[in-house]
Design a binder for this molecule. Structure first.
Ligand code: GCB
Length: 610
């Protein structure tokens, strides 16, 4: 009994250490102090900085000893024994993956420690300080001034920790242990068809906030009433109850006051008379100001409705066809994970050039610049949780990891008009456990956000008695709003010359998106169109597939695989792949392949017939 009480006490005391707390919203437009730039790093293959020689974590001990890297020690004099020194170690850029910055780390999967020293601009001890990470792949243990702030898992979603209690005006140091080892029970799991870039891959920022601040908000057009803005505002701090909050939208002459409830929450409901609705052809964003007594933030929000009716997708009540493309978060020209607005401009610029009004951000949450820019460009967006291939469906811990990442994504992007679809998963093998897992994810998503559509990339297959008849037999198709599936007829099976004869037998009255099709081609390799890896083969596959797909009565969109070649450890054929998945329409040198122009033409002709 006594032991139990002590353990629970330790657990209670440790609580702030274990959880990253609520996510700060709208960091992008808040003024913060950036910690981007060069950070010193130490490669730690044997986890020497984390575990002592009895394999006990240093940060679980009261007397961690000089071996604990998070203490940021170094030999004090010529006799002192400390076996690391961040300041004498090399440095690399944050944000940025380590694989593309240091040749020796190209294939590295393991632990690497980062350290950055910093002073706080205009330090004010009446403020609350937060340390925010756009993403770290995969596990991050974060320490400031030798104290642990917490741990976060999940390589593509933001997290933050309050650090008021450990921060000072000058000579602070933040140490982050980053571990990108893949594991069977994580999300994603051991097997993916993309590069496992490690590191602090997105921005790191310090925010100085008032004692009670605006932590979160959602302001969206009601899904049924297009003359009503609805949502909530959440205040964080001791004085969050009964506080006055204003929502202002100057262009609409809206200035509405609210009072928060006992939990610091405000339910927002604002009738509007006239609105310029956000759409792919009119990406109108309104400046929205949210002001409390002690805090104020500004966002740019578009208002639109997205729904389905039978087999149609409706945007503001009008049928829309999704001319899309799949994208991985990679800047192939630089080599490495994409993270910046410049990277987003390249990727989404290419999508616009293709004639797209839709992008599928595969297979994990991309950086926030992508959706911010999509909002401005009028690109509709599919966002995806990294539940990819063979996850441990029976493992409740794995479920929690998947759900946490999905919640973090929804929390981050719930005010982005461009985002219309939350995808639960990609190409997952069927079983009851998987059905339960995905259905629970879908339920959670609907609870958190009922203004968007739910989908998942499922799979089709040919019927045994007639291989020209393709079907999707998957119980999860009943759960989703939009039936999406990947199909690779002509590449992974089926004869490219027979594509014209295949038909999909799907009698569901739901919109259909073909979430992938494609073929590999090495840009610059020309041969007859029946030679695999040639640009001509890829082009033929597009020429045959596009008109065949167009015959599916419920077809509401396509996102061919994929915008650009991307690095994959699974693609080693020399001389064609050389570590790259070659299904891109653009090569890693930025050159367009033949099929790029075929798809571009298809989209432009679709535009004319609309
Ligand atoms: C798929 C996967 C995608 C792969 C692609 C391929 O079905 O969803 O992640 O990269 O096929 O190229 O095989």
């Amino acid at each position: 009994m006594r032991k139990l009480a002590i353990t629970s006490l330790i657990l209670i005391l440790n609580l702030p250490l274990l959880f990253s707390g609520n996510l700060l919203h709208n960091n992008y437009l808040r003024k913060g102090m950036s910690l981007n730039g060069r950070w010193h790093y130490i490669v730690d293959m044997y986890e020497t900085g984390y575990y002592n020689y009895r394999w006990q974590p240093h940060d679980g001990s009261e007397n961690p000893g000089a071996g604990a890297f998070y203490l940021n020690m170094k030999p004090k004099d010529k006799m002192d024994l400390v076996e690391y020194d961040f300041d004498a170690s090399p440095s690399m850029l944050v944000p940025g993956d380590w694989n593309s910055q240091e040749e020796k780390l190209f294939y590295y999967e393991g632990t690497l420690w980062y350290k950055k020293s910093f002073d706080v601009d205009d330090y004010d001890n009446s403020k609350r300080y937060y340390l925010h990470f756009g993403a770290v792949n995969y596990r991050a243990d974060v320490y400031v001034n030798g104290k642990k702030l917490g741990t976060h898992k999940g390589g593509f979603t933001p997290f933050n920790f309050e650090m008021t209690h450990v921060l000072r005006a000058k000579d602070n140091f933040v140490v982050v242990r980053v571990d990108n080892k893949r594991a069977a029970d994580e999300v994603p799991t051991l097997n993916t068809d993309w590069w496992n870039y490690g590191g602090i891959t997105r921005d790191v920022t310090v925010y100085a906030l008032s004692k009670t601040f605006i932590e979160d908000y959602s302001i969206q057009l009601d899904k049924e009433n297009n003359k009503l803005l609805k949502g909530y505002i959440q205040l964080n701090g001791k004085e969050n109850a009964n506080a006055k909050v204003h929502v202002k939208i100057p262009e609409l002459k809206i200035n509405k006051g609210f009072t928060s409830n006992a939990n610091g929450k405000v339910e927002v409901s604002i009738p509007v008379r006239k609105l310029d609705y956000w759409s792919d052809t009119n990406p109108k964003l309104y400046e929205v100001n949210i002001e409390s007594d002690s805090d104020a933030i500004t966002d740019k929000i578009g208002f639109r409705q997205i729904s389905t009716q039978g087999s149609d997708i409706l945007l503001n009540g009008d049928k829309v066809f999704l001319k899309g493309i799949c994208i991985h978060e990679e800047n192939v020209m630089r080599g490495g994970r994409a993270y910046s607005m410049e990277d987003a401009k390249i990727l989404l610029g290419w999508a616009k050039e293709l004639g797209c009004n839709f992008v599928r951000l595969a297979h994990y949450p991309h950086n926030e610049n992508m959706v911010r820019l999509a909002d401005e460009l009028g690109l509709l967006v599919w966002e995806e949780n990294p539940v990819y291939w063979t996850i441990q469906w029976d493992n409740t811990e794995t479920y929690k990891k998947a759900e946490t990442q999905l919640k973090e994504l929804i929390s981050r992007d719930k005010n982005r008009a461009s985002v219309i679809i939350w995808s639960m998963a990609n190409e997952t093998p069927q079983s009851n456990a998987r059905f339960e897992f995905l259905s629970k994810l879908a339920e959670t998503t609907r609870r958190l956000d009922d203004t968007r559509l739910i989908s998942a990339a499922l799979e089709d297959h040919g019927k045994q008695e007639n291989p020209n008849s393709m079907v999707v037999e998957d119980k999860f198709a009943d759960v989703v709003d939009v039936l999406s599936f990947n199909q690779y007829y002509g590449w992974y099976g089926g004869d490219i010359e027979n594509i014209k004869n295949i038909r999909w037998e799907i009698d569901m009255d739901k919109p259909i998106i073909i979430s992938e099709f494609g073929a590999g081609a090495l840009q610059g390799f020309h041969a007859d169109s029946l030679t695999r890896w040639s640009e001509e083969f890829q082009d033929l596959l597009y020429r045959e597939t596009l008109p065949t797909l167009a015959k599916i009565p419920q077809l509401s969109g396509i996102t061919p695989w994929i915008l650009a070649d991307f690095r994959s450890p699974r693609r080693m054929l020399i001389p064609y792949q050389n570590g790259w998945n070659r299904k891109g329409l653009i090569s890693e040198t930025g050159n367009r392949k033949k099929a790029f122009f075929t798809l571009q033409k298809f989209y432009s002709e679709l535009g004319e017939s609309e």
